[in-house]
Design a protein around this ligand. Structure first.
Ligand SMILES: NC(=O)c1ccc[n+]([C@@H]2O[C@H](COP(=O)([O-])OP(=O)(O)OC[C@H]3O[C@@H](n4cnc5c(N)ncnc54)[C@H](O)[C@@H]3O)[C@@H](O)[C@H]2O)c1
Length: 329
């Protein structure tokens, strides 16, 4: 059966990198036909049409249809997966509350259209920042979408952490697994390698033991991952796009098709109180996925250093949540 994939704000940087990946089967696999449902705002209507033309010209065998529209209801009809990329960026002199209020209004229309017109089991991934809190807002305006179906993108940070470890150890990134990003997709996130391993010729080894440099792991490694987005902006004068699009594909791919046995990934999901994180926040946890469902990995040992960092990022999320809810009134 064809899968309808909604990309909310398709003509932006991430959207432009993401749609060809979806059409090539990177998100749902090489055997899954897809229909792209692309939305953008009126000023981007011509670019949206050009994007549709390019998708037709690329002759992707898996692409069975393209809906390109500025009508949110038309865009959301029957979709199985929704990737929310559109957002309002903070401009100089703007207060955080004003930016939040803009994002609340953007999410309102898309959320209620998804609730009414998407497939009943539609899976939602929020990419636009503040991603965790935008996902909460979406739920507010789409109360009938189950909490389990609303997530936010932390996979980019997870992949960045894998990349930093592979680079430090001079190993293939595909041999590193089970890093964790805890918390918010912001600079308070906590990249944790305490449970991460590397596959070597003599079996699986602990990342911490192989690196044998606790100081680097508890300082430079963490700040490099936390600040990677800012480093890309400084170097490129634009924010990360292809890595964000690729991470969005990884997120949905693993959610729908499952994580490999013994491997977990980081996803922003509703807290159920695991690891002492206040329920009702969308917080990044290590999760495994099977048959289209994610479950938080339970029972990992948390040391004092990790505890403090996990709490700091949770506090920031609680504060963002109250700011967002103050914009709802
Ligand atoms: N979670 C992550 O890992 C991650 C990583 C990178 C970027 N991001 C975020 O993703 C978002 C998109 O990034 P980008 O680089 O593609 O941005 P961009 O500015 O290139 O594109 C933004 C898109 O939003 C649309 N848009 C603008 N105002 C809108 C409105 N009022 N309603 C609906 N759509 C509107 C634009 O037409 C455009 O298509 C940003 O919020 C960015 O901060 C998140």
């Amino acid at each position: 059966m064809k899968q309808g994939i909604y990309v909310g704000s398709a003509t932006g940087q991430i959207g432009y990198a993401l749609v060809p990946m979806i059409a090539r089967g990177i998100m749902l696999g090489p055997d899954q036909p897809v229909i792209l449902h692309m939305l953008d705002i009126e000023p981007a209507a011509e670019s949206l049409n050009a994007l549709k033309m390019e998708l037709i010209d690329a002759a992707f065998p898996l692409l069975k249809g393209v809906v390109a529209t500025t009508d949110v209801v038309e865009a959301c009809k029957g979709v199985n997966i929704a990737v929310m990329v559109g957002g309002f960026r903070r401009k100089e002199g703007m207060e955080r509350k004003d930016v939040m209020a803009k994002n609340v209004s953007i999410y309102k229309a898309q959320a209620s259209a998804l609730e009414k017109h998407a497939a009943a089991d539609c899976k939602v991934l929020v990419v636009a920042n503040p991603a965790n809190t935008n996902a909460l807002i979406l739920k507010e305006f789409a109360p009938s979408i189950p909490e389990k179906n609303i997530t936010c993108l932390i996979r980019l940070d997870h992949n960045r952490a894998l990349g930093q470890i592979a680079d430090k150890l001079d190993v293939q990134v595909s041999d590193v697994k089970n890093v964790i990003i805890w918390g918010n997709h912001s600079s308070t996130q906590y990249p944790d390698v305490n449970h991460a391993t590397v596959t070597t010729s003599s079996g699986e080894k602990s990342v911490r033991e192989l690196i044998a440099d606790d100081h680097w792991l508890s300082s430079e490694f963490i700040t490099t991952v936390q600040q990677r987005g800012a480093a890309i902006i400084k170097a490129r004068k634009l924010s990360s796009a292809l890595s964000a699009a690729s991470a969005a594909c990884d997120h949905i791919h693993d959610w729908v098709l499952g994580t490999p046995k013994g491997t977990w990934v980081s996803m922003g999901v509703y807290s159920d109180g695991s690891y002492g994180i206040q329920p009702g926040l969308i917080y990044s946890f290590p999760v495994t996925c099977e048959k289209g469902n994610w479950s938080i990995v339970k029972g990992l040992k948390i040391n004092e250093f990790s505890r403090a960092k996990m709490d700091t990022t949770a506090e920031e999320l609680a504060e963002e949540k109250s700011l967002a809810y103050s914009c709802l009134n």
